[in-house]
Design a protein around this ligand. Sequence first.
Ligand SMILES: C[S@@+](CC[C@H](N)C(=O)[O-])C[C@H]1O[C@@H](n2cnc3c(N)ncnc32)[C@H](O)[C@@H]1O
Length: 198
Amino acid sequence: MEDSLARLLRGVYESGEAHDLKTTDRRRRMLNITPDTGLFLSILVRATGARRVLEIGTSNGYSTIWIAEALRQRGGKVVSVEVSPEKEELASKNIGASGLSNLVDLHQGDARSFLRTLSLHSFDLVFMDAERTEYLDYWGEVDRALKPGGVLVVDNAVEPKPEELVDFFARVNESGRYLGQVLHVGKGEFLAVKLETT
Ligand SMILES: C[S@@+](CC[C@H](N)C(=O)[O-])C[C@H]1O[C@@H](n2cnc3c(N)ncnc32)[C@H](O)[C@@H]1O
């Protein structure tokens, strides 16, 4: 990654952290992934050869920029949905500054309705980083949109409230169609592959 983009990413992350420190309303916080999670996503996108990535929870675009940068050489799209109009606007500005807008489709709205618009098996990788208590509501559509052989990544598998994800991970594992495990990267990443036999 070139120095200017690394600097931009650091700036987006640091301003997100500073904002979150002085913001008591959780819904207004940026809640970015950690930088090592960004690197992990970048490696995963490159290693899997993913071209179509779905992100649920854009915030200020920090993770979106990591993913878009990883797509740049091969080409592709990261489609990202964010419910907050203010955050979506900020993400659009940050992504514009990164020079990666051509690799990103931003959608402002509730993931629950947006996910219903997605086509069957239209994504190679899905990154879930939105409202954890809603993940069971997202699941049917996420499962439908992810192609067999595709990869699912779920942030916050270890912190801050792993109990919120117990039922969701049970649903994924009990489907018998995914092979997954929690990795101790950042705040804990649940990484699963959708089995090809489905
Ligand atoms: C943890 S933050 C995402 C951080 C971002 N992935 C990053 O690391 O840069 C979660 C985001 O999900 C958004 N969100 C919460 N519920 C949502 C929903 N139902 N649909 C779409 N976005 C939602 C929140 O507004 C918040 O910006």
